[in-house]
Design a protein around this ligand. Structure first.
Ligand code: HEM
Ligand code: MG
Length: 235
């Protein structure tokens, strides 16, 4: 079908965002991952995940800063790897740029999330907060160049809220492990496995509420080195 999953080919652009890579793998975004405009992201997020423009617009606008200057209105998914714009250290599934590949899925990094909330078949707010804390502790220990600021903290909270929301219940912040693992590992919507697109619109308000709860579960947290609130404020 038009929105069946297909693995990317060698010339297709993919980046550090499993959410956008998945939309491209299903043809909600161009399968080549290139020449993507903000309206294309908004439409794809709505069709693929029932995400509203209010939450996607800000990320999409900041994301455009990463594309070459001769492309004023579009980006390619690989452009998003630009460190310090949205891409940050202590990711859930990619290495820190100072330690390796900040673009491609990494099973060793993903181990922390994959094995969180033992004894349960879901991830939730508490486990997501613990994972954020553990991933940051790993970067603080192993990456002398780590960046950890108010801005990266907000972005990381939003990304935890994103996987809980798109793969699970956007109000409760609970998602089946099986779905989340397929989303990260295969960048695929787990439709055969029983996943359904959220019936609740995923909005700035629903994501914001989960970010507050995940951040509270990721404590203690404090910025490292020079703090910078950046330009992205989710409230
Ligand atoms: C990272 C989900 C939209 C740019 C992530 C991560 C998740 C995610 C779960 C964390 C990956 C990790 O920590 O390993 C989603 C979902 C979206 C979406 C479900 C819905 C469409 C966007 C948009 C942009 C964007 C609109 C900008 C155009 C990024 C970037 C990263 C990222 C640059 C890398 C951050 C890092 O881990 O270093 N996304 N995202 N995402 N996302 Fe998205
Ligand atoms: Mg990263």
């Amino acid at each position: 079908s038009t929105h069946g999953w297909q693995a990317p080919g060698p010339n297709d652009s993919r980046g550090p965002c499993p959410g956008l890579n998945t939309l491209a793998n299903h043809g909600f975004l161009p399968r080549n991952g290139k020449n993507i405009s903000i309206p294309m992201i908004l439409k794809a997020g709505h069709e693929g995940y029932n995400m509203e423009a209010d939450i996607l617009t800000i990320a999409a606008k900041v994301g455009l800063l990463t594309s070459p200057g001769d492309q004023p209105t579009t980006l390619s998914l690989n452009d998003l790897k630009a460190h310090g714009v949205i891409e940050h250290d202590a990711s859930l599934s990619r290495q820190d740029i100072a330690l390796g590949d900040n673009v491609r899925f990494n099973e060793t990094i993903f181990f922390t999330l994959a094995n969180s909330n033992p004894g349960s078949d879901v991830y939730n707010i508490t486990s997501a907060g613990q994972v954020q804390h553990a991933r940051l502790a790993d970067s603080l220990k192993n990456n002398p160049n780590v960046t950890n600021t108010d801005l990266t903290s907000i972005i990381r909270g939003a990304e935890s809220a994103f996987y809980l929301s798109v793969m699970g219940d956007a109000i409760q912040g609970v998602a089946p492990k099986k779905f989340v693992q397929i989303f990260f590992r295969e960048e695929r919507l787990p439709i055969q496995e029983g996943w359904k697109k959220s019936t609740v619109p995923i909005t700035l308000a629903t994501v914001g509420a989960l970010v507050d709860r995940v951040s509270a579960a990721a404590t203690p947290w404090e910025p490292t080195g020079k703090n910078c609130a950046g330009i992205l404020l989710l409230d």
